[in-house]
Ligand binder design. Structure first.
Ligand code: ATP
Ligand code: MG
Length: 559
């Protein structure tokens, strides 16, 4: 633990908690929470918030609640609840007895509302939604008081009761806090606490036909759960005075809210509304499409929970919004997969090679499973007189710095032999096959006469190869900040974000199960997709072996 703590990036929230523990502010308790609204799948920004809240609780021997902020029956579904639970567990956090639902507090919230009415601090308003907006005023202009603002306590209690009983249609009345229509903070201009909505809720069914507004509910949820540090994103800074007002007026338990900057990741989007649009309009193949910034998409793509946690820790916690480079996330993925993923050979764009002087019927060669992990051992890979190599590893007319295979040139086949290209076979101008010779004395090693080759290629024996579909991904959008770019964000979708190839795998890859992560030598890290069928694997490329984003940046900046 202590070594672990030394590796952590300092962050101002941790400092606040440490000070609170030192001063005994919360009787030594640390209670955080992650409060998603179940109206979509979680993305990497939520991942960041999950890691922050759960890790802080873990670090200080506290607890973190997963709380579903399910106060809006219209947009919420159980499918989302289940996906969120799965994602949090996948990230590696324990959910033992810490799953809560705001909807379980509906009765308590209504009681709190009655308390405010009794104190003369809330009233039932008959203005329409449009009128309320109009009366609210602007940033430079004070708002106007509603003509219903000074109803008596008795009348308000009666009307609120009848709202609850379902006597009024949707939109005809609301309950509002009586604060200050001239406040410089618009959130304080008599915010709506309850609206009438005759809609079924995914958990409470038709029990309620009034539903609490987010700003009314949120602080109460934190208070009911006795949260100590209510960590949220910066956009709630202006709402904090309202949460404080509610809790002070109710004279109830009052957590400390701390704001931090949202995670924004370049070349993608973090808005649930827009992610939903991508799914609904089928710009991607579902929430877990490996191009999506969702945790389920990243999981399907082959990202590991460990690497996402490392990423969340490394980016730290900021007070100001910024854009994080995708290269940092991919660096974390690569670093972890490099340590854990076994190596295999696979050819993504095959070119046939015939070894014209190979006479045997085939043989097995010893290949190392993971040079980073000696205990991973080795495996036997079949070799024969007909192979596939990568089409891009051959050039008939090689440019100056191309050291791979070319007519008359000798290269090494990984773990196998030196080969020399002696003939190029074409059909209609397209190269269909290479004829090569091999040097039997170079088996698994160097040439006895000490001659050198300048490159090593991966390969697969044609007779033993398993055909596979391989999905290669590129960034989902063409611009770093699609949400703020000109025009509609959809205009900036990258049409080449998914490329599919038909490749060949070495036979050992047959043993992979869905979700297994491997390295294809020289080609990147890959993960077996659930679309795979018996004898027909489908692999997603998780990430390339080297940083390709730097190149993209260079191209974009014109050098
Ligand atoms: P919306 O409220 O518009 O549906 P949201 O992304 O804020 O979208 P929530 O379900 O309210 O979704 O988010 C749950 C928690 O995750 C909140 O506490 C929020 O602050 C945090 N969160 C959301 N997006 C990010 C992000 N990009 N970076 C860090 N934390 C985030
Ligand atoms: Mg939100």
């Amino acid at each position: 633990m202590s070594e672990d703590r030394e590796n952590r990036t300092p962050n101002f929230i941790r400092n606040i908690i440490e000070e609170d523990l030192a001063s005994g502010k919360w009787d030594g308790r640390v209670q955080t929470r992650f409060p998603p609204e179940p109206n979509g799948y979680l993305h990497i920004g939520h991942g960041k918030a999950i890691c922050l809240n759960f890790s802080l609780a873990e670090e200080f021997g506290g607890k973190c609640n997963l709380r579903f902020d399910d106060t809006n029956p219209v947009k919420e579904e159980d499918e989302y609840v289940q996906s969120i639970i799965e994602d949090v567990k996948w990230l590696g956090f324990d959910l033992g007895d810490t799953i809560f639902y705001a909807s379980d507090y509906f009765q308590q919230m209504a009681d709190f509302a009655i308390d405010l009415i009794r104190k003369g601090l809330a009233y039932v308003d008959d203005l329409t939604a449009d009128q309320i907006r109009e009366y609210r005023g602007t940033l430079t202009e004070a708002g106007k008081e509603s003509p219903f603002r000074n109803r008596s306590v008795e009348e308000n209690l009666d009307l609120f009761q009848r709202m609850k009983n379902g006597e009024f249609p949707d939109g005809t009345k609301v309950l509002r806090a009586k604060i200050d229509m001239a406040s410089g903070n618009i959130n304080m201009r008599d915010p709506v606490m309850y609206r009438i909505l005759h809609a079924s809720h995914h958990r409470t069914g038709d029990t309620w036909c009034i539903y609490p507004m987010y700003d009314w509910a949120h602080g109460l949820e934190d208070s009911i759960e006795r949260i100590t540090h209510s960590i949220c994103t910066l956009e709630f800074e202006d709402h904090r005075p309202l949460y404080d007002w509610y809790l002070d007026a109710l004279e109830t338990y009052h957590p400390q809210q701390i704001e931090f900057a949202r995670l924004n990741l370049a070349y993608t989007i973090m808005s649930k509304r827009r992610l939903l649009q991508l799914v609904k309009e089928k710009h991607v193949n579902g929430w877990d499409d490996p191009r999506m910034p969702t945790l389920s998409g990243m999981r399907r793509r082959g990202y590991t929970p460990e690497s996402i946690r490392t990423f969340a820790e490394r980016i730290g916690v900021a007070k100001r919004d910024s854009m994080v480079d995708m290269a940092l996330l991919e660096f974390c993925i690569r670093e972890h997969l490099n340590a854990v993923a076994p190596r295999y050979m696979a050819v993504l764009d095959p070119l046939k090679v015939k070894i014209v002087n190979y006479e045997g019927n085939g043989e097995f060669l010893e290949c190392i499973n993971n040079p980073e992990k000696p205990e991973a051992g080795s495996r036997k890979v079949p070799f024969s007189g007909e192979l596939y190599i990568e089409r891009e590893d051959f050039r008939e007319d090689p440019p100056p710095k191309f050291y791979r295979l070319a007519p008359g040139r000798e290269v090494r086949l990984r773990y196998a032999y030196f080969i020399t290209c002696v003939d190029v076979i074409k059909e209609n101008g397209r190269i269909t096959e290479l004829h090569c010779t091999y040097d039997p004395q170079t088996r698994g090693g160097d040439a006895p006469d000490g001659r050198k080759v300048k490159s090593t290629l991966h390969w697969v024996s044609a007779r033993h190869a398993i055909p596979a579909e391989i999905r290669l991904y590129d960034r989902l959008f063409n611009v770093p900040d699609p949400s703020n770019a000109d025009g509609d964000f959809l205009d900036h979708l990258n049409p080449d974000s998914l490329q599919t190839t038909q490749g060949y795998l070495e036979p050992a890859l047959q043993e992979c199960r869905t979700g297994d992560r491997v390295q294809f030598e020289r080609k990147g890290y890959f993960c077996l997709d659930p679309d795979s069928a018996e004898g027909r694997p489908v692999f997603n490329r998780t990430v390339t072996l080297r940083d390709t984003w730097a190149k993209i940046e260079q191209k974009q900046s014109g050098d």
